[in-house]
Design a binder for this molecule. Structure first.
Ligand code: SAH
Length: 461
């Protein structure tokens, strides 16, 4: 077979990134947009020695899990990989993914993984409190904004993403009209020219407060006062700012933010705790599920009130403050200085005095505090970005021998890798539970509890 040849295949499995997997004569195919249970006609896109890639051409027999995507650009847009899969099946897919990574990479037999049922969403639409819209021009020269197509930087126009808030489209309309009227150019990535790169929009779901931060390729936003006034017409608008990013980079935000209106942040609430959130700070995108996630982390921490707890990769101190409600003392570590400013302010805002925050890399701050200042830990919580924990961080955790480790992960593959290391150094996996924060995408959040069992329980390789 060669490129563009057509063939029939039954989809028997799904890859981690949401492609359908099927076989013809023992040769494995990854079929984009194919769904487990489908029989499809597929067209070859690329062939390797042992496996090949194909695209869905025609559905011959639809999978029982197949549904009609709600979004008109679901197939082109890179955001949702699973819009044609029923929500219940997505949850099963995600649970399988966690289990398989903990087993394959973590080295635990599948039937010995202490998995509890995944926490799904009651309403899987319009759950995101944040979106970052790129700006550009379409073929006809019109200013467009939307989302990048999968694995590319071409913009699929879409201002009312069904995962996002309804206000997005009004805000984008205001920005686009303002740009047209004052001849402000969208950024052209290839030429590294033009001004407006992205609009970051965030909403506090519990408070209704809105934030807009424009990312610009230039030092100043002309006629900023006009844009500010127009944006203030949107109910809830609280913080308006811009961030300068003049680099040729995929990183969206610049390093600093200039405030045009408001206090420089918005406030939101999760459970009993209030949080202020600045444009550069990380904040979970799905507040309804975040509450379940944090409650699970707190439950897995098993606090009784007398513990010293470390919260590594703490962001604006969200998990730290949740834990501080039940612990003697919580120490948070985070690399972004603005997030730590937010974290300290959040502790004050909630009247919590038993928390302390450190700016720096977890893999540097923790060893330093342990070795130099002899700081100890009864429980350690980590919530790293996708790449997982640095080995130096894990090494120190092992030396500190906390009773329990709670690992919150947004990538079960790196979690599996880190679990393997920790199991080889005296920790046992004692609880695991998925939490769906990202319906219609292949991503899934997972919380695990590991218990320190000491040398006797070391699982050698
Ligand atoms: N626990 C927080 C944030 C989790 S996201 C919450 O639930 O909101 C991961 C965080 O780790 C981000 O805030 C990121 O800035 C931070 N980070 C990334 N690399 C780091 C490192 N090496 N050391 C400490 N923090 C890091």
């Amino acid at each position: 077979m060669k490129k563009n040849d057509l063939f029939t295949v039954t989809i028997e499995d799904m890859s981690e990134d949401g492609a359908g997997i099927g076989k013809t004569d023992g040769y494995t195919w990854f079929v984009k947009d194919g769904l487990i249970g489908d029989v499809v006609e597929a067209g070859v896109t690329k062939m390797k020695k042992n496996y090949g890639f194909a695209r869905l051409v025609r559905i011959i027999t639809p999978s029982p899990f197949r549904i009609a995507p709600r979004c008109p650009v679901a197939r082109q847009c890179g955001g949702c990989q699973l819009q044609a899969m029923s929500y219940e099946e997505q949850l099963r897919f995600k649970e399988r993914k966690i289990r398989s990574n903990l087993s394959r990479l973590g080295g635990i037999p599948e039937d010995q993984i202490p998995m509890e049922p995944i926490m799904g969403m009651e309403d899987p639409w319009r759950y995101r409190n944040k979106a970052q819209f790129p700006f550009g021009r379409d073929k006809d020269g019109e200013i467009v904004t939307g989302f990048y197509a999968g694995r590319t930087h071409s913009i699929i126009p879409q201002e009312d993403c069904l995962l996002g808030i309804e206000e997005n489209k009004d805000i984008l309309e205001i920005i686009k009209n303002f740009m047209k009227e004052y001849k402000i150019e969208p950024y052209d990535e290839a030429e590294h020219r033009g001004l407006v790169r992205h609009a970051l929009i965030r909403k506090g779901f519990a408070t209704g407060q809105l934030m807009v931060c424009l990312v610009i390729n230039g030092k100043k936003l002309p006629r900023a006062e006009v844009l500010t006034e127009r944006l203030l017409a949107v109910p809830g608008m609280t913080s308006i700012s811009y961030s300068v990013n003049e680099e040729r980079t995929n990183v969206i935000l610049g390093r600093e933010v200039t405030h045009l209106h408001g206090p420089g942040y918005i406030t939101d609430r999760i459970g009993e705790v209030s949080y202020r959130i600045s444009p550069l700070s990380f904040y979970q995108v799905n507040p309804v599920q975040t509450r379940k996630l944090y409650e699970t982390a707190l439950e897995f921490a098993g606090l009784e009130g007398g513990e010293t707890v470390w919260d590594l990769y703490c962001g604006i101190g969200t998990i730290s403050l949740f834990l501080a409600q039940k612990a003697k003392k919580v120490c948070g570590v985070e690399i972004v200085p603005q997030a730590i400013q937010d974290a300290r302010e959040n502790a004050r805002l909630n009247g919590m005095e038993n928390v302390e925050f450190f700016v720096g890399k977890a893999e540097e701050v923790l060893p330093e505090q342990y070795e130099r200042n002899h700081m100890r830990a009864d429980v350690i919580v980590v919530d790293p970005p996708r790449k997982g924990c640095d080995e130096r961080c894990l090494e120190t955790i092992v030396k500190m021998q906390p009773r329990r480790l709670v690992y919150v992960s947004c990538d079960s593959a790196t979690l599996g890798r880190d679990v393997k290391y920790l199991r080889e150094h005296g920790f046992e996996l004692t609880r695991a539970r998925g939490c769906d924060m990202f319906a219609w995408s292949v991503h899934v959040e997972v919380v695990i509890q590991m218990t320190y069992c000491g040398d006797k329980a070391k699982n050698k390789g």
